[in-house]
Design a protein. Structure first.
Length: 372
């Protein structure tokens, strides 16, 4: 059966029926997968990376991945734990002495609780996308700001209750930087992206533009950063543009790109289908972490309310057609992403769109149904 042809046809129809500016669907199954779709390698795209300008999307077009970023944070934290630099059960406050919160209960929160969204952290209030920062001090400045300093926990961390929190992942990114001695993005680049040859993936979105590549981020002022993050400059660097719908349901470009280095760990990964396949392969075949680390990653620590999924160490877990899947969704201004792997079938699926509220998870599930 021609699964690639089916997926390509499906992507075209989905882009039309869901009224999306652009859609990218990647589906890959190993040659020795026990599924009938073994050997499938499909990168299907439809629509436009810039809808108003009608610039067509391509298989190597780059997407903002939003919270799929958190899978890279989880991998980085587990690498540090494997190296003995971090005890997942120890209080984070012991590693980050400069981190202060009005609610003293935060001193009991562990890395495991932050990874599993069971720490009781509130969420980020304002990502300040229109006022981006690009220097390496941005993350720490946010974490010592009044928003974090005056934060109240939703409940005591020991209760084990689930509440999704981007703040928890900003703290884990800062933890990665503190323990490694290099900025969070540098650690991910040196320990994950380069070893996996993910050459077109970065957390530093401004590097995509010609202005950004020439910029000294540590000394650049706000106007220089904004110039490097202009939509047309990023588009010319291969990035899909963010879109929304106006009151008349017409697709229009958003006014800004969702980037701020203060929120890199939770949100700012940009990547493409081919690179995501490399990341999925590394986890499907347990290449980047030790086998015992995957036992920890993919063991349920909490039930996610309302959808029946479970939360592991940074990875969501669900079952579909009797198979277990592990992955993450991403949602930010102008973008949606969905990335899931099925180790049992040696199968992975990535879906990205450049529109608010694009039903990428539904599309991901539909592709999995097609393949199984």
């Amino acid at each position: 059966m021609d699964y690639s042809g089916q997926i390509e046809e499906f992507a075209e129809k989905a882009c039309f029926h869901y009224d999306l500016p652009g859609l990218a669907v990647g589906a890959w199954a190993d040659e020795d997968s026990p599924a009938a779709c073994a050997g499938t390698a499909c990168a299907a795209v439809s629509g436009y990376l810039d809808f108003p300008e009608k610039r067509p999307i391509a298989a190597d077009s780059l997407f903002h991945m939003a919270s799929v970023s958190k899978l890279f944070v989880s991998t980085a934290v587990m690498l540090l734990a494997e190296r003995g630099a971090l005890d997942l059960e120890a209080p984070l406050a012991g590693y980050l002495p400069w981190l202060v919160m009005k609610d003293e209960r935060f001193r009991d929160i562990s890395a495991r609780q932050a990874l599993t969204h069971t720490a009781g952290f509130p969420d980020v209030l304002d990502y300040r996308w229109p006022e981006p920062e690009a220097d390496s001090g941005a993350l720490k400045r946010y974490l010592v700001s009044g928003e974090v300093r005056d934060a109240q926990l939703l409940w005591a961390p020991g209760e084990g209750r689930y509440r999704y929190s981007n703040l928890g992942y900003e703290i884990l990114g800062a933890l990665t930087a503190e323990l490694s001695g290099v900025p969070f993005e540098v650690f991910v680049d040196e320990n994950i992206l380069k070893p996996l040859e993910m050459r077109d993936t970065t957390f530093l979105t401004w590097l995509r533009s010609a202005e950004g590549r020439a910029m000294d981020a540590e000394s650049a002022g706000p106007e220089t950063v904004k110039n490097a993050l202009r939509l047309d400059a990023l588009r010319d660097g291969g990035l899909c543009m963010p879109h929304r719908k106006d009151a008349g349901k017409h697709i229009i470009r958003r006014e800004h790109f969702p980037y701020n280095r203060a929120h890199a760990p939770s949100s700012t990964l940009t990547s493409k289908l081919g690179d995501l396949r490399k990341f999925g392969d590394a986890h499907l075949h347990k290449k980047i972490l030790r086998p015992e680390s995957y036992e920890k990653l993919w063991t349920s620590c909490a039930l996610v309310p309302n959808n029946g999924e479970h939360m592991g160490l940074g990875w969501f877990m669900r079952r579909q057609n009797s198979y277990g899947l592990y992955g993450h969704e991403g949602t930010d201004d102008g973008f949606r992403a969905s990335f899931w792997i099925c180790p049992e079938l040696k199968l992975q699926i990535a879906v990205m769109s450049n529109l608010d509220d694009a039903p990428v998870k539904r599309i991901n599930k539909q592709v999995f149904d097609m393949l199984t």
